[in-house]
Design a protein around this ligand. Structure first.
Ligand code: NAD
Ligand code: ZN
Ligand code: ZN
Length: 368
């Protein structure tokens, strides 16, 4: 097998990713090697590439946590998957498995959790390592390209909706109809909720209506808090904020019904001061939600495999990554861009195109 692969690498925060060759990692004990077929591009990859969050990845690193691929090699002691299985390598790369959080099905908040495309190299590369205990098992009904957005965007929206505790027939307001939001709309409809969608882009709102939203609000032209309160008769029972905008967080709280729950999943850098009196006197629950556990993952994939929802995807090659991130930043991506690795083969004699053959300095992968 070829020893190097193509990868898109963050070498300096805030600079374009570098397309370069990288050693194909070798799976150690308890690890597997996955040959990437597809990898969705999440807004989180943009935050990661900029080093915008308090806990930063170690440079250089390969982002991408919606990777779907085939298991091509097993380290010793692996029993959970076999060669040829199609798996997803998600944000929750691994966890300790025995702490209070892991035992309670909250492995996402395990102190020792590792994150794909962040603290572990991710799917913007032709191969990646994975922990077979934490991979997603992709149902046969889904192609790699269709499954990719489900393992972060879909999962996060689905779990976030569950965390609002909104019941069938009640209102859910979703702020942000991008990668996460366009899937959350479909999960919510499949879960029997009435859905009001808020975004700042008319095209996204038109798509939201097409996907089944009962009502849409343009936060650029309307005050979303009062618009949502009016259409829902006092505020949505559940609110899910996916928009990477602090303004959207303030508005989201204003959309929440008395005794309702506002779930925050968007992760823009910055502070979110809360109007304490409104929160307390209205008995509102404000709750953070971070992807989902492995059971949530299986459920999220099952909805897609059963045809209850479909990610709207645009396929692009890995070489387009900087343009994709730029468009994501500008709010110009509808649904999800998925990097399609089909047709790509590891380097041997093919032309290298835009990939740098020789990194300027020897670089140790994050793991290996
Ligand atoms: P995206 O860029 O695909 O979509 C964001 C959407 O928000 C766009 O449609 C944009 O038009 C809309 N928007 C921007 N400002 C708005 C505003 N003021 N009001 C309403 N809508 C607004 O991004 P994405 O991939 O869906 O990710 C969204 C956020 O969720 C990011 O911050 C990402 O890091 C975060 N995220 C969190 C988790 C988690 O587990 N909590 C998981 C995945 C992503
Ligand atoms: Zn993500
Ligand atoms: Zn743990």
């Amino acid at each position: 097998m070829a020893r190097t692969m193509h990868a898109a690498v963050v070498e300096i925060f805030g600079k374009p990713l570098v397309l370069r060759e990288w050693d194909i990692p070798v799976p150690g004990r308890g690890q597997i090697l996955v040959k990437t077929e597809a990898c969705g591009v999440c807004h989180t990859d943009l935050h990661a590439a900029r080093g915008e969050w308090p806990r930063k990845p170690t440079l250089p690193f390969i982002p991408g946590h919606e990777a779907i691929g085939l298991v091509v090699a097993l380290g010793s002691g692996v029993i959970q998957v076999k060669e040829g299985d199609r798996v997803g390598v998600p944000w929750l790369f691994s966890a300790c498995g025995h702490c209070e959080h892991c035992l309670g099905g909250w492995e996402t908040v395990c102190e020792e959790a590792q994150f794909g495309g962040y603290t572990r190299n991710g799917g913007f590369a032709e191969y990646l390592l994975a922990d077979p205990r934490y991979v997603a098992h992709v149902p046969a009904a889904l192609s790699a390209q269709e499954a990719a957005p489900i393992i972060c965007a879909g999962l996060t929206g689905y779990k976030g909706i569950k965390e609002t505790q909104a019941k069938p027939g009640q209102w859910l307001a979703i702020s942000g109809a991008g990668g996460l939001g366009h899937l959350a709309i479909q999960y919510a409809k499949a879960m029997g909720l009435k859905v009001c969608v808020v975004d700042i882009d008319e095209g996204k709102l038109a798509q939201a209506t097409h996907l089944g939203a009962d009502h849409v609000v343009n936060a650029k032209t309307d005050d979303p808090s009062s618009a949502v309160r009016q259409v829902t008769g006092g505020g949505a029972h559940g609110v899910l904020i996916t928009a990477p905008s602090i303004t959207a967080f303030h508005q989201g709280l204003g959309m929440t019904r008395k005794h309702g729950t506002c779930v925050l999943v968007g992760l823009p850098p910055g502070e979110f001061p809360v109007p304490l009196f409104d929160l307390v006197a209205n008995c509102v629950t404000l709750r953070g939600s971070f992807v989902g556990n492995r059971q949530d993952m299986a459920e999220a994939l099952a909805f897609a495999a059963e045809g209850k929802l479909r990610a709207e995807i645009e396929l692009q090659p890995l070489t387009a990554i900087n343009d994709i991130l730029e468009r994501l930043e500008q709010g110009q991506v509808k649904g999800r861009v998925v990097i399609d690795f089909h047709g790509e083969s590891p380097r041997s004699d093919r032309t290298r195109g835009p990939f740098q053959a020789h990194p300027s300095a020897p670089i140790t992968p994050l793991h290996g």
